[in-house]
Design a protein around this ligand. Sequence first.
Ligand code: ZN
Length: 409
Amino acid sequence: MNLDAAGAARRMMARLDEFAAFTDVPGQLNRLYLSPSYRAACEQFARWAEAAGMSARIDAVGNVRARYEGNAKFAPALMIGSHIDTVRDAGRFDGNLGALAALAVVEQLHVNGIRLDHAIEVVAFGDEEGVRFSTAMTGSRALAGVLSASAMESRDRDGITLGAALTAFGGDVERAYTSRARDVAAFVELHIEQGPVLEAKGLALGVVGAINGATRMLVTVTGLAGHAGCVPMDLRRDAVAAAAEMILAVEARGLKEPDLVATVGRLEVEPGAVNVIPGLARFSLDVRSPRDEWRRRAVSDIHAACTAIAARRHVDSVFLPVHEAPAYVCDAGVVAGFDRALESLGLPAFHLPSGAGHDTMVMGGLAPSGMLFVRCKGGISHNPAESITPEDGEIALRALTRFALDFRV
Ligand SMILES: [Zn+2]
């Protein structure tokens, strides 16, 4: 089989640049789920899929799904994809690389008139990042049939519910709950590592063994607002001072255990004036670990520590769980398939865990699933400086293509 992987990889890298122009904020890549630029990106992705010989549609939750039939119609599919929503001021490779690489796999088959025994379904997910609403992975959750009943009620900063945004987008809230994918033989995702391990090892690619589980919560601390000049220090119920102590407790717990990470990434203060003692503080909590029991224990310890701090400072603290994903051990068959693909390219089959959550961990509930990581410069991600080399892009595409060709249902 004579595929032009180098040409396909060049087109893929050029498309990544072109795709980065789909943004809601000129001058930076900002493509939040269901936004106007997200819509435009979905439509462009569908056009590219159709040009690669696939039938494509935007589904009820705003994923793009495209299908390249196998030799037999209605054959079970190998599903390949990643997400095309981004964080604010994002890099252009996170998610988009895996989605466009999936297209590039099919494109190589299409231009050579090759059909496989299995179909290939390319998917570009929405809401992997969970930036706009206090949900995450809405797209893959819908496909896996595990979308939570409350997901549509979650609101963005402007108070718009996910359900309302989805309806305005042209999606379908009712069908979102019944759009579980059928006849998926396996799901695989290519993604940048978003960490420094592969670069440190001098390796272009790594096979993901497991994806860390994660808990996200919103913590609201309520004290009493007052005049910054008139209320003595010992009579205050300062919500931000309490939150600050809680955040240090989060950091201390994260430091206590290897492979556990705990982060407060967002802090809001009300009323937020220089001469007012803050009456309310709200912060996010994100805890991750490759072992679910470690993560649960850490969350419970953090909750206890914050409750004690709140009691001592006479403020109230409320923990609202907003996202929970168990760790996912990648499917052994998929891992072995990636091992063979790497070895066939003369690369070592190096394994590493994923510290970030990915659609793969949700799709693992639907079908055997796994991931391939590609080295990114400096391990930098969620940052416009995110980058991979064209050489690594090509070797990653070769490995993903090899996996797809050798895949057996
Ligand atoms: Zn991603």
